[in-house]
Design a protein around this ligand. Structure first.
Ligand SMILES: Cc1cc2nc3c(=O)[nH]c(=O)nc-3n(C[C@H](O)[C@H](O)[C@H](O)COP(=O)(O)OP(=O)(O)OC[C@H]3O[C@@H](n4cnc5c(N)ncnc54)[C@H](O)[C@@H]3O)c2cc1C
Length: 390
């Protein structure tokens, strides 16, 4: 098996596939080709994970790449805020996480080749460019996997690209000024536009850009970002700079990347008699459209793909149902105006609704919607949301 891309989806697939092979006594060679020199870089991710990660990685190993734990969230609308307790979320060191997965895979005999860029393939004849020597390698495989991110060349080469939409995610790591400095202006009065910062709380703004966030790495540094439609070109940096003003401090670095949008019923695999190709992770648009969370969906899909390409689509059904719900919610929220967000947060402030929101996580949104739909306060919101879906 040849896997293109050493991100979380490609590496987790390599790891799971090699574990299954070891159990069954097969020893098909698995090689991951990555175009970058250093695994995990450049960083293009905020690194927030729900507690679903505990189902994928042994709990005692998660601390190897965890920087911080999140226990609370504050959701803002233009004129309201909603404070929620949540199941533990983790903030990870993205590079340490990728290196952890690579290390585990290599221990299972997976070969990881860096500075090797996938160029093209004709069925199982695959061309990879060695970026150090500039030589082209001619390889043969009966299984080619595109785990090569949102602009997947494997998808493109194998007519699986289809029509895709992406958002652009822009983020800064900011060393925050001290709260006592940022929370008062020159007159000593409280400046409500500047947020207090708590190491265990994330701030989420569904009405700014497509959505915006402030996520603490520790009690000094936060990852502050915004997702915007690609087409808003002229305005992008202004919207971001304005948002950053809520969290004054020193910008340590800026990061950015594409956030694909999930599209239901996309073709993500093609099986011939002697050759099969499949996509996983961002390459397959396996991502939650409401939040841009793609790491866990990509890993869940990788786990299913490891069990075989033949049943991949069938085995993905539960994940696809979940992603479909995020797709529908996002379609509706996309048309929400400021007053809609204020109304939604007002309704969600009821203790009963808050309890439902707090007891389910973002990787289980179907369960959450089902419970919310039964609540009279949210029924009317459901009808408004349906009307906004076009
Ligand atoms: C600003 C931002 C913030 C985000 N925050 C979060 C978050 O907090 N939580 C979350 O769950 N998700 C988040 N995401 C989404 C998350 O980063 C992705 O869903 C996830 O990284 C996808 O993993 P992947 O392995 O599918 O793809 P990638 O991580 O994109 O990995 C693909 C790999 O393929 C390599 N590659 C590409 N083309 C080739 C080629 N031709 N040859 C060889 N190698 C190639 C790339 O170099 C890369 O290493 C965020 C995204 C952005 C942009």
């Amino acid at each position: 098996m040849i896997i293109i891309g050493a991100g979380s989806a490609g590496l987790f697939l390599a790891l799971k596939k090699s574990e299954l092979e070891q159990k069954s006594g097969d020893n098909e060679r698995i090689t991951v080709y990555e175009e970058h020199k250093e695994l995990g870089k450049p960083i293009q991710c905020t690194g927030i994970l729900t507690d679903e990660i505990k189902k994928l990685i042994p709990e005692n190993e998660i601390k190897k790449f965890t920087l911080n734990k999140i226990t609370n969230a504050t959701i803002y609308s233009p004129n309201r805020k909603l404070e929620l307790r949540m199941n533990d979320n983790l903030i990870i060191d993205n590079v340490a996480f990728i290196k952890y997965l690579a290390d585990k895979a290599e221990k299972q005999d997976v070969k990881i080749e860096t500075e090797k860029k996938f160029l093209d393939n004709i069925k199982g004849d695959v061309h990879i460019k060695d970026l150090k020597s500039n030589k082209i390698l001619d390889l043969k495989t009966d299984e080619l996997i595109g785990a090569d991110g949102p602009m997947s060349s494997v998808a493109f080469q194998n007519r699986l690209y289809g029509e895709r939409k992406q958002l652009i995610g822009i983020q800064a790591r900011v060393k925050l000024s001290e709260i006592k400095d940022v929370n008062s202006n020159n007159n000593g009065t409280k400046n409500n536009n500047i947020k207090e910062f708590n190491k265990n709380n994330i701030d989420f703004y569904p009405h700014i850009g497509e959505y915006a966030w402030a996520v603490p790495e520790n009690d000094e540094i936060a990852r502050i970002g915004i997702a915007l439609p690609i087409s808003d070109d002229g305005n992008k940096s202004k919207i971001f700079e304005d948002f950053l003003k809520k969290y004054p401090g020193t910008i340590l670095e800026k990061q950015g990347g594409l956030i694909p949008l999930h599209k239901p019923n996309m073709k993500i695999a093609c099986v011939h008699a002697d050759f099969a190709v499949a996509l996983v992770g961002d390459a397959a648009l396996q991502i939650k459209n409401t939040t841009g969370g793609g790491i866990i969906p990509g890993m869940l899909a990788a786990q299913e793909l490891a069990r075989g390409i033949d049943n991949y689509r069938k085995n993905l059904k539960p994940l696809n149902k979940e992603l479909y719900m995020h797709y529908l919610l996002n379609k509706s929220f996309h048309n929400y105006k400021d007053s809609d967000w204020d109304r939604l947060l007002r309704k969600a402030s009821s203790e009963k609704i808050k309890n439902i929101l707090m007891e389910t996580n973002r990787d289980n949104v179907r369960k959450m919607i089902f419970k919310l739909a039964l609540h009279p306060l949210m029924m009317s919101e459901g009808i408004i949301a349906l009307a906004k879906m076009n």
